[in-house]
Design a protein around this ligand. Structure first.
Ligand code: F3S
Length: 772
């Protein structure tokens, strides 16, 4: 059919509100004193505060202990959502009844597309298989003025870098690798859907002020070393928990030697060390990248801001800014690294890798090399890999392992197609997959599939390598490295091959690679690509009807949760007493359940199915009052039908793991009112309050032993606490065999959060405010 005309780019909505931000920065300076030296991350973050004085001076020793203490109430500029997490975010947004989103937003269809036979077959098949979900997302996007990037348009983080990220921007994204946008000087944070909704409805989004980890770069990369190796090395130094509670801020003379997309790669994988986000300062490489991606006016505006005097300079750290911790990396001596298997922080320099493979008895061969994805599909990455392929082809070599290429966006795919990079890959035997997540999120059928459980290896330029992530086989050892290194290694098929030192035998004698150079940006500019993949405009259209089939098994509109009664909670029952670890995966399992993310009743069938029964050690076996047994979700559903509300009792760090909001939504949907634990993981505790569940902890941990499944529990003091905005304590009165016991508890309900619980949920409160 006919090709639609290209849609014009709305530069205004993509430019950060610099004037407003600089004015806010001046206000921050007034609050903290003009001599106070701020890091770049602090400048951008604090310039997005709703009320700098309130956030920076409350409980912070008069502004001295902000980092790690202050509760920042932020107003992000933009929201980006991927197709899997956008469903619940939009369903929640819709229940607020607002006509459009308060800030510009975008949806990117990337996670539900397989990587199997190549883009031409995989894309139509995936669209057909998920049509209902894509139609829902598109209609909601059009109605509320969200830019909709259809399946095949690209991976969220690549599209965001090419279109929305900009120096000084603050954005939330419903995906953990959202920090990729920090390569272009933005503060971009990965969140759950309910948090994204805060920004979409113009409610402040809360964040404990992060500490700042400075990474000082000196020297310059050369040879095989690439930006990927910066973050692979850093992950090894920090481990998967080392960045928790920190923003990673890069600085130092080495920064200006890196490409914009290389900086994005470093920021993308900052998620692997648990960092809140990562960012780079405004750098010379940002200007040509913004210009090449049709955003010249944003480059000019950012350059102006970056040249302001320090007091107003939003885009550079103050000269004496102090970091909570500093790590220095010398790019000139940095070696290529290979990280894995099974964890991204197990980092080995290339020169040692052969010895480690032998010592640990890892497989000597590998089945597939995969390059591209949201982490590494820039023009520079791909042209460096192309040079490697050209050298090998000229020597008459073909890849020994399967070679798969995932372009990150239609723009990069079309450019690589025009410049013959893709044809170089495919004539060498490579497979070009759709512009989507595919193998990175496990949507991959391997050609060379070994038996489940059989030890084997693959190499990827992706970011995560948890067991089973790519091919569903927990025995597959997934090693992460730069795309050019992986490309070279596929020509040997050996895990011990080092292209810097080793050669490959050919009939004409041994062949050795020379280090590839690549090009930072295409000399002919980026190609436009297929206009069918252009986003819909971000203009709301109230006439659009959002399509949700009432018979759907994958999507269901949300009914608002009921408000808190005008009384204490009486006659709750303990649904389940959990023993030991209880992560968000235990409460709401992933894997096959992911397809129900937009259908709360259906996904609730997995509620707590991984939880261990404290009395019997059984997993997912619940006992009703009359002793009959069932699964936990079945008992919860039965009690819901009977109008019997309930609580869960658990041990330490309840709700650790991902920020999955379903772990709070589901218990609430099934009639849960309280979760009583020895301690909570912070994000999950907040999520519970947002959905109207009261999280309580034991004053005396030993009281955990006083409770059993099916005990009858009433609250004392809870209504007062809620009505007074968090003042006072809550006691639980437990009735057992005619006896009453009182359990003292603690809570962390703030005034706002009391409002959430009273209204039934944060959304109910926001919807009410929207109507007023
Ligand atoms: Fe996530 Fe897709 Fe990247 S799965 S890691 S966004 S390629």
């Amino acid at each position: 059919h006919s090709i639609p005309p290209r849609r014009p780019v709305d530069i205004a909505s993509r430019t950060p509100p610099y004037h407003k931000l600089v004015t806010k920065l001046e206000e921050v300076r007034r609050v903290l004193g003009s001599e106070r030296q701020l890091t770049l991350a602090e400048k951008i973050l604090y310039s997005h505060l709703e009320n700098p004085e309130e956030s920076l001076l409350s409980n912070t020793n008069n502004g001295r202990d902000i980092r790690g203490t202050a509760n920042l109430k932020l107003k992000p500029d933009r929201v980006a959502m991927q197709d899997a997490s956008a469903q619940m975010a939009l369903l929640q947004f819709m229940s607020c009844g607002l006509p459009s989103t308060a800030v510009p937003a975008s949806i990117h269809c990337d996670h539900m597309i397989v990587g199997e036979k190549g883009a031409d077959t995989d894309l139509p098949n995936s669209i057909a298989g998920n049509k209902e979900v894509f139609d829902f997302l598109e209609s909601a996007a059009k109605k509320y003025g969200i830019e909709f990037w259809p399946p095949g348009a690209g991976i969220i983080h690549q599209s965001v870098l090419e279109n929305y990220s900009a120096p000084g921007l603050m954005m939330l994204g419903t995906d953990s690798h959202t920090p990729n946008a920090g390569g272009l000087g933005a503060i971009a944070i990965g969140v759950g859907g309910a948090d994204a909704v805060d920004a979409l409805v113009d409610a402040p989004w809360e964040l404990k002020a992060p500490k700042i980890l400075g990474v000082k770069l000196v020297g310059e990369l050369s040879g095989w070393a690439s930006p990927k190796d910066v973050i692979l090395n850093l992950a090894g130094q920090l481990t998967v928990r080392g960045g928790t509670g920190f923003i990673i801020e890069y600085f130092g003379p080495g920064v200006r030697t890196l490409s914009c997309t290389g900086m994005a790669t470093c920021c993308n994988m900052g998620a692997e060390v648990g960092a809140t986000t990562s960012l780079f300062p405004f750098s010379p490489a940002h200007i040509p990248y913004l210009q090449a991606t049709h955003r010249g006016p944003i480059a000019d505006a950012a350059a102006n801001i970056a040249s302001l005097p320090m007091q107003q300079n939003l885009l550079r750290a103050d000269p004496e800014a102090v970091y909570d911790k500093v790590i220095e990396i010398d790019l000139s001596t940095l070696e290529p690294h290979i990280n894995g298997p099974f964890t991204p922080d197990l980092s080995t320099p290339l020169s040692k890798f052969k010895d480690v493979v032998e010592e640990k008895n890892w497989p000597k061969t590998f089945g597939a090399g995969l390059i591209g994805s949201c982490t590494n599909s820039s023009y520079q990455d791909m042209t460096r890999s192309e040079e490697v392929v050209k050298q090998a082809s000229a020597a008459g070599l073909k890849p020994v392992a399967d070679f798969l290429v995932t372009p990150g966006s239609e723009q990069i795919r079309a450019t690589l197609d025009r410049d013959n990079t893709l044809s170089t890959f495919s004539s060498a035997g490579g497979t070009i997959l759709a512009n989507a997540c595919g193998p990175c999120i496990g949507m991959w059928t391997r050609n060379d599939a070994p038996k489940k459980g059989e030890s084997n290896a693959i190499f990827t330029s992706f970011n995560r390598n948890f067991p089973g992530r790519n091919d569903g086989n927990r025995a597959t050892m997934n090693f992460i490295a730069s795309p050019e290194l992986i490309t070279a290694m596929t020509y040997s098929g050996s895990t011990t091959f080092n292209p810097m030192t080793d050669s490959i035998p050919t009939p004409n004698g041994p062949f050795k690679f020379t280090p590839p150079k690549g090009s930072e940006l295409p000399s002919a500019g980026f190609a436009d690509g297929n206009p069918e993949f252009d986003p819909t405009p971000g203009v709301p259209d109230p006439s659009v009807e959002v399509v949700v089939d009432p018979k759907s098994t994958r999507l269901a509109l949300l009914d608002p949760f009921p408000a808190f009664p005008d009384s204490e909670l009486t006659s709750l029952r303990v649904l389940y007493k959990v023993k030991g670890q209880c992560t968000t995966d235990t409460i709401s399992a992933a894997g096959p359940w992911l397809k129900y993310k937009g259908h709360l009743p259906n996904i609730s069938e997995n509620t707590l199915i991984g939880a261990v029964n404290a009395k019997t050690d059984e997993v997912n076996v619940a006992y009703d009052v009359d002793g009959t047994t069932s699964s936990i979700p079945d008992l919860a559903k039965k009690w819901k039908e009977q109008g019997q509300e309930w609580l869960v009792v658990a041990e330490h760090n309840y709700g650790e793991g991902s920020a999955r909001e379903h772990a709070a939504l589901q218990p609430r949907y099934l009639g849960g009112r309280i979760v009583l634990t020895k301690s909570f993981a912070r994000i999950h505790e907040t999520n519970l309050k947002k959905q109207g569940i009261v999280p309580l902890t034991f004053v005396n941990e030993a009281d955990y032993n006083l409770l059993e499944a099916c005990d009858e529990v009433s609250t004392r003091g809870l209504l007062d606490v809620l009505q007074s905005g968090g003042k006072g304590e809550v006691e639980l009165v437990v009735k057992k065999g005619g006896e009453e016991k009182v359990i003292k508890t603690k809570h962390t309900l703030s005034k706002d959060q009391c409002g959430f619980v009273l209204a039934g949920s944060a959304l109910n409160l926001l919807a009410r405010r929207g109507r007023e």
